[in-house]
Design a protein around this ligand. Structure first.
Ligand code: NAP
Length: 418
């Protein structure tokens, strides 16, 4: 066993996915790690695992099977091992390469630092990929919901999210305040909390590169950089400039800029080219509401992406349906966009769709695309047939809400029938 992996053992009947020459080598019985998470996490991850197993069996028969390996984080880990994020868990996630993760609680304004942020940083999962699309039958607040089909690429390691901050009145905050005054003549009162917003060229460019590669591979039409560069020139302004540099220096034959479309193509996007443009953050929010059909892949810094993905998900019916994949070059974990929804924990009523779809993203990530596609279709067909959990059913007068378990069974039944 690997040094450091003292308290958890990988299952003996599968083998690990390998990363060789820039791509995965996936065995027929890959060990895939999972972390239940806090709150509604255990309910929704168990549902997702059941759906993934059923989809893999339906598509590949006995030839392929996922061998699940439980790893621990959050309160379950604290109870078992006295630590919210044991080092063994990070080691295990690296061994498995890919993990399905339930939501983890982060206390607000006090307590421990976000475990999610720590995992993303330790595994260098620099892009958070969040598809937002409309599912038939979902009661959605946007009148254009059926025209929403976005992939939000949120940078995952930098920005004010990097966790470089000091409490007002702390020794560190006072020192920074004193430094800013001494070196730059900046006046801040001693009761000021301080947070830093680092955004670097290298990290921005690798993120933009991943988004552009994704757009090319999946035949997407538009890549938009979202930023607040008019105000934060050297962070978000630099973000968009570096994004264009990657697009134009590394993907020139695939892309055309908005300026080129207007000046050289009479305002019409040339066939087969990806339109690259940018939008200021506040405008981006209104654009996805008023003309969502103009947007496709949206590349954002960390904080903007967090806000935008919840807002976009709400337009199509809520975050109960929004999955995400955190990916770097080697490792990845999939998770729902939503949190632990404490008020529903243990009640068996949470919507597991986001976690099921996160699992589908994980399967696509390892190349099991047919099983992944089947899951997306099955979730959509199930909801379209009027079977849904309370978060969606409450918007209809005559739809009886299903429990998490009943909905899971309905999805499995649907996928078997497709
Ligand atoms: P939340 O857990 O996403 O829940 C907010 C609301 O969204 C719920 O009250 C519920 O709305 C609805 N909701 C979310 N997931 C649902 C589901 N699967 N089924 C049905 N309804 C669902 O957000 P929060 O209350 O702000 O955060 C709670 C905790 O989760 C915090 O500690 C936060 O830090 C953590 N969190 C973790 C992650 C992560 O692990 N990646 C992400 C986000 C938040 P209604 O009340 O309208 O029914």
């Amino acid at each position: 066993m690997r040094p450091g992996l003292e308290r958890i053992k990988p299952p003996s009947d599968g083998s690990f996915i390998e990363y060789i020459d820039g791509s995965y080598k996936v065995p027929d019985k890959p060990i895939i790690a999972y972390i239940e998470g806090d709150g509604i996490g255990p309910e929704v991850t168990s549902s997702a695992r059941a759906v993934l197993d059923a989809a893999v069996e339906k598509v590949y028969g006995k030839a392929r099977r996922i061998v699940w390996w439980e790893l621990y984080a959050g309160y379950k880990a604290e109870k078992l091992f006295g630590s919210l994020l044991p080092e063994d868990t990070l080691t295990g996630m690296m061994m498995a390469k890919v993990t399905l993760k339930g939501p983890l609680e982060t206390p607000i304004g006090t307590g421990h630092r976000s475990l999610n942020v720590t995992i993303r940083q330790r595994l260098d999962l620099y892009s958070n990929i969040r598809p937002v699309k409309y599912f038939r039958g979902v009661p959605a607040p946007s009148r254009y919901a059926d025209k929403i089909n976005l992939i939000i690429f949120r940078e995952n390691t930098e920005d004010v999210y990097a966790g470089i901050e000091w409490q007002a009145g702390s020794r560190e905050a006072l020192k920074v305040i004193e430094f800013l005054h001494r070196e730059f003549g900046i006046e801040l009162t001693p009761d000021t909390g301080i947070g830093l917003k680092p955004i670097s060229e290298w990290r921005t460019k690798r993120h933009a590169r991943k988004a552009l590669r994704y757009a090319i591979k999946h035949g997407r039409r538009v890549v938009t950089f979202m930023h607040k560069g008019n105000i934060m020139k050297y962070t978000e302004g630099a973000f968009v400039n570096w994004g264009y540099e990657v697009a134009l220096n590394e993907f020139r034959e695939y892309v055309v800029t908005e300026k080129e479309v207007n000046e050289q193509y009479g305002g019409k996007q040339p066939e087969g080219k990806i339109l690259v443009n940018d939008r200021v953050a506040d405008n981006m929010f209104q654009q996805i509401i008023t003309r969502p059909w103009d947007y496709d892949v949206i590349v954002t810094p960390n904080l903007n992406g967090d806000y935008l993905s919840d807002a976009a998900s709400a337009l199509v019916g809520g975050i109960g349906l929004a999955p995400g994949l955190n990916a770097g070059d080697i490792y990845a974990f999939a998770e729902p966009v939503h949190g632990t929804a404490p008020k529903y924990a243990g009640k068996g009523v949470a919507n597991p769709s986001a976690t099921i779809l996160a699992g589908a993203m994980l399967l696509e990530h390892i190349g099991w695309v047919e099983a992944s596609n089947l899951i997306w279709r099955a979730v959509e067909e199930t909801i379209a047939s009027g079977k849904m959990t309370q978060d969606l059913a409450r918007h209809y007068e005559n739809v009886k809400p299903l429990s998490t378990k009943e909905f899971t069974e309905a999805v499995i039944e649907t996928l078997k029938s497709l």
